[in-house]
Structures are given as structure tokens and as C-alpha cells.
Design a protein. Structure first.
Length: 454
């Protein structure tokens, strides 16, 4: 494991620890949030909360994309001479953007700090462009393993272009009054229910960015998983084809959210389909690793669970809610519950991707630290199970088609009770996740010699 990767792990630990003090039980028991508000930079308003949350999301995005870039340097075929440049750009990018993003959001709204944030993001984007260039046929020979190299390049390019849409929206801050820091899941739900203004063209561009960045991050991570498991053979070739086609269709879908909103989601859906077929193939390769006692290894078992968690806790709930959208969700569900579902849905997906990313690094652990990954895996299971109940609380409370209006208020009350009960396993699971991450990160950072590789 390189020094840069170790440094990212350390910074990630403290970032998670800080953000954990701002929500959940710690926010109620520790004075951190009150102290931040007392500084006068962060305001105790919903609009300011939206802005802080979006900045926190993007700080987290910097963390995971940096980790993904480092993994790409390990596993993806590219021009080796460009690897040091890419690594330095990534490291400089997150080293600037993570602290400046947190400082700007919570402590000091200074143009200087914001400039550092923008410079950091620019370095990250430059690293992504150089990485694509290093993978391209301009720098390496595609005659061997052409399908694999093409699939990785297409998926990487699709991810980078989906990120560009976010930059398009952000570039209009201060120049367009309609461009504000808003939580899209909250704004969209209000719009769909006729309780808020219609989304502007630029807001739809941002919506495409959000959908594409998360979905294609998962696609890129999936391809890294194939390399980690040393996939080969005919099934691997088909998986690469499905991954490349799915990534391209998904990119097309997120690109046309603004001009073709009514059908953009269907296009994205047709892109996610091939990606899930590829995910199934990856799961079959991961299943083979569990033979001969492999299921006793928390890292192998945990990565094997990743596709299962994705499908069971995230993918299947989409069609389930969509089928009930007009007759149940918009009629029986309280507004707050629909917003909660939209928020939880992608948070859970992001958690699974981050969980998988760390387990790929945790493969370098040995002894007690590796066994401690059971804490990490169990924590993910418990937290996601709790979140699953939380996001679908109206269904568990009895919401269904044909419910009388007299029962709607009762269902709303029961839904809140379900949510309150679901918070317990969510908090316990997240604590276990953090403990497992801390032990694993310490094992990766501590015993290794400076600059060593695993």
C-alpha cells in the first residue's frame, strides 16, 4: 500500500469521525454542532443545511473517487510512465479539497478557502483526464485484451463525462438566480407532488449528474472487482460487453434528462439492466472464491455480499415503489416519507460502494486486523437492514392501494414508529462499521513500511 493511500485512509478516518458528530446520537450528546453554529458562518436554516449537506456529499465523493483512482493504478492496464503523475495529481487534489471543503462548509465561508476547494477539484479532474489518456490506445497497445481495455476506457469516460454535468451546473453559481444549492431529492419530491416549482433546465442537468455519477461509480468499481477476482474466460468477455454497453446507455440517459425528461429515466433503466447482468457474472466469480473455506474469510465473504446487498436492499426497492407510485405513494405516503425514501435509496447505494472499496483495500490485511473485518461486514448488514426498513416504513406500517382516507393519518403515525425503531439497528450497524474501518485502517497504515506495496 502506497504512502498516498495510507494518507487518504487517515484523512478519511478523521473526516468520518467529524461528520458523525453532526448527525445521529452524537449530535445530540456532543456540543460540536452547536459550537459550529455559534461561529456564525453556518446558519441554522434549511437552506444552509442543504448547502452544507451538498458540500459534505462532494467531500465524500472526493474520498471515494480518490480511492477508486488509486485502485485503478493497481489493477487497470495503462501507460506505466504516467502512473506517478496521476498519483501526484490525485493526492494533491484530495489534500486540498477535503480540508477546504469541510472548512468552507462549517467554519469559514472565505473566497480563499473556496478557491482552494476549486483548485483541488480541478486537480482531481485533471488526474481523471490523464488516467483516461493513459488507458487509451494513444498510450498503450489495444491489440491484446482489446475488449477489456475498451470496456474500462468506455466506463471511465462515461463516469468522467457524468461528472462534467455537475461542473456545468456549479459554473452558473452567481450568474443564474435559479442555480442554488438544493437537495435534489427534496426539491424533486415537492415538484412531483405539485408543492414546489418546476425544475429548471440547469437543475435537470444536475439531476443527470447525480444519477450518472453514482451509477457509473458503481460500474467502474465493478470492473475493478473483476480484476481483483482475476476473472477470465467467456463469461468475463460477456460481462465486459454488458458493462460497456450499460455504461454508454446510462451516460446517454443522464445526458438527456434536461431535453427529454419524460423518457430519460427509462433510458437510464435500460442502461442499468446490462450493468446488473455484468454484476451477476461478477457475483458468480465471487461465489467461486468461497469454495474450500473461502467463506471463512471476512474480506472475500464481504465482497461476495456486495452484489447481494445492492440487489436486495437497493435495486429491488426501486420497482417496488415505482409500481405503487400513483396509487399508494402519492396518495397514502406522507410527504416526509417519500423524501426519506429518495434520500435513503442513494445513500444506501453509496454506502455499499464505499464498503466494497474499503474491502478491496482490506485484502492486504493479515491476522487480527483481517479477522476484525467481520465487524465491518456485520455492521454493513445491520445498518443496511435497518435502512431498508426505514426507507420503506409506510409499507411496513400498512400503506397499500385502496386504504381509506381515515386510515392515512394512522399509517403516518405507525410509519414514524417504524422509522424510530429502525434507527436502532442503523446506529448500531454504523458504529460497527466505523469500528471495523478503524481497526482495518490501522492495520493497513501501521505495520507497513513507508512506501511499501501490497
Amino acid at each position: 500500500m502506497t504512502r498516498e493511500e495510507k494518507a487518504l485512509l487517515v484523512v478519511t478516518f478523521f473526516t468520518i469521525a467529524f461528520l458523525a458528530t453532526l448527525s445521529g446520537p452524537l449530535a445530540e450528546t456532543l456540543p460540536v454542532k452547536k459550537a459550529i453554529l455559534s461561529l456564525g458562518q453556518a446558519k441554522d436554516t434549511f437552506e444552509d443545511f442543504e448547502a452544507r449537506a451538498i458540500m459534505a456529499y462532494h467531500v465524500a465523493a472526493v474520498v471515494v473517487t480518490s480511492a477508486l483512482a488509486y485502485l485503478a493504478l493497481r489493477y487497470v492496464d495503462m501507460d506505466h510512465s504516467l502512473k506517478p503523475t496521476i498519483s501526484k495529481l490525485v493526492t494533491a487534489g484530495w489534500a486540498l479539497s477535503i480540508p477546504s471543503g469541510l472548512i468552507f462548509a462549517y467554519f469559514w465561508r472565505s473566497p480563499l478557502i473556496h478557491a482552494l476547494w476549486i483548485i483541488g477539484l480541478s486537480l482531481m479532474f485533471t488526474a481523471a483526464v490523464v488516467l483516461l489518456y493513459a488507458m487509451s490506445p494513444l498510450r498503450i497497445n489495444w491489440r491484446e485484451n482489446a475488449l477489456e481495455k475498451a470496456a474500462f476506457f468506455i466506463t471511465g469516460l462515461s463516469l468522467v463525462l457524468s461528472i462534467v454535468f455537475g461542473g456545468v451546473y456549479a459554473s452558473h453559481f452567481g450568474f443564474d438566480e435559479g442555480v442554488k444549492a438544493v437537495l435534489l431529492e427534496h426539491h424533486s419530491t415537492l415538484e412531483y407532488r405539485g408543492l414546489g416549482p418546476a425544475a429548471t433546465t440547469l437543475q435537470l442537468v444536475a439531476t443527470g449528474h447525480a444519477h450518472g455519477a453514482v451509477a457509473l461509480w458503481g460500474a467502474a468499481l465493478m470492473l475493478i472487482g473483476f480484476k481483483w477476482v482475476r476473472a477470465s474466460g467467456r463469461m468475463y468477455k460477456w460481462a465486459l460487453i454488458f458493462a460497456a454497453v450499460g455504461s454508454l446507455i446510462t451516460l446517454v440517459g443522464v445526458s438527456v434528462v434536461a431535453p427529454l425528461r419524460p423518457i430519460a429515466h427509462q433510458i437510464i433503466f435500460f442502461g442499468i439492466g446490462p450493468l446488473h447482468i455484468s454484476l451477476l457474472f461478477l457475483w458468480l466469480y465471487l461465489l467461486k472464491q468461497l469454495r474450500g473455506g473461502g467463506w471463512k474469510d471476512p474480506v472475500k465473504f464481504g465482497i461476495f455480499l456486495s452484489p447481494v446487498l445492492t440487489v436486495v436492499f437497493v435495486t429491488l426497492t426501486g420497482p417496488l415503489v415505482t409500481m405503487q407510485l400513483r396509487d399508494v405513494v402519492r396518495v397514502v405516503w406522507p410527504l416526509e416519507d417519500e423524501i426519506a425514501y429518495n434520500v435513503a435509496h442513494w445513500h444506501m447505494l453509496a454506502l455499499i460502494f464505499a464498503y466494497t472499496t474499503f474491502l478491496l483495500y482490506a485484502d492486504g490485511l493479515r491476522g487480527f486486523a483481517r479477522k476484525s473485518m467481520w465487524i465491518f461486514v456485520i455492521g454493513a448488514l445491520v445498518a443496511l437492514a435497518g435502512a431498508f426498513v426505514y426507507e420503506l416504513s409506510p409499507i411496513f406500517a400498512g400503506a397499500k392501494k385502496g386504504v381509506s382516507l381515515e386510515l392515512v393519518a394512522t399509517i403516518a403515525e405507525k410509519s414514524q414508529e417504524v422509522k424510530k425503531a429502525a434507527l436502532v439497528p442503523m446506529d448500531v450497524g454504523l458504529i460497527l462499521l466505523f469500528v471495523g474501518f478503524a481497526i482495518g485502517a490501522a492495520g493497513l497504515v501501521g505495520p507497513l513500511k513507508r512506501g511499501s506495496q501490497q
